[in-house]
Design a protein around this ligand. Sequence first.
Ligand code: ADP
Ligand code: ADP
Length: 234
Amino acid sequence: MPLIEVEDVRKVYRMDGVEFEALKGVSFTVDKGEFVIIMGPSGSGKSTIMHILGALDVPTSGRYALDGKEIANMTRDELAHVRNRNIGFVFQGFNLLPRMNAMENVELPMLYAGVSPKERKAKANQALELVGLLEWAYHRPNQMSGGQQQRVAIARALVNDAPLLLADEPTGSLDSKTGAQVMEMLQSLNETRGITVVLVTHDSNIAKYGKRIIRVLDGLISSDESEEKEEKQV
Ligand code: ADP
Ligand code: ADP
């Protein structure tokens, strides 16, 4: 069973009485352990797809199942529960709380999930160690570089053991070297821990970290290609 099943999803936005069809019938599946890149020009529907995958929004029609659970007809509370248990989010702007240190930011999803303080500390420590930031646990976001902040956000995304990590332009605020380091970290988490990653980017240098690229154009998938990565020796 695939982790993600999207079938003929349409999304219609209504604004000032005008309807706009942002997704016009999108279908794809993602297996557990895949690393998928979504690319496409601005306005093509990438964020709309990510919001639906993230159970932040529901399709106007069509099916979405996550780990076998049908999402399309869930209530807001049920969607929130699915988000908490199954999905880690990483955004372009890091979205860390400025008045909390790295440790407290990483603990937040566990606070919402009702995990005990002792276990929160232990797991937050583990997650910060995984992203190489244990020494920065008691620093606030504004004392850290962009790359470090994004690594805190990755630790936060992983701490509930979510099987799916959704990243919307996670390197968009970083210089190319730091962006590459963040992508290598995501790649390594995908390979060593089997976390499924779906990542939106504009940047073809970033896209090369994925094993599969889904291209979106005007609300439709225009191509969906998996690269067999050959080790070419010169
Ligand atoms: P992308 O992420 O590829 O830039 P989006 O999914 O954000 O594309 O948007 C796709 C289209 O849907 C765009 O034309 C955008 O203007 C429109 N759109 C997105 N969100 C809304 C909304 N909440 N209300 C109305 N139109 C929207
Ligand atoms: P955009 O698609 O315009 O770039 P973002 O990707 O930054 O916007 O955020 C998309 C939406 O997801 C925002 O409306 C934000 O409120 C919401 N959001 C961000 N983080 C979470 C979260 N952890 N849980 C639920 N909703 C979130």
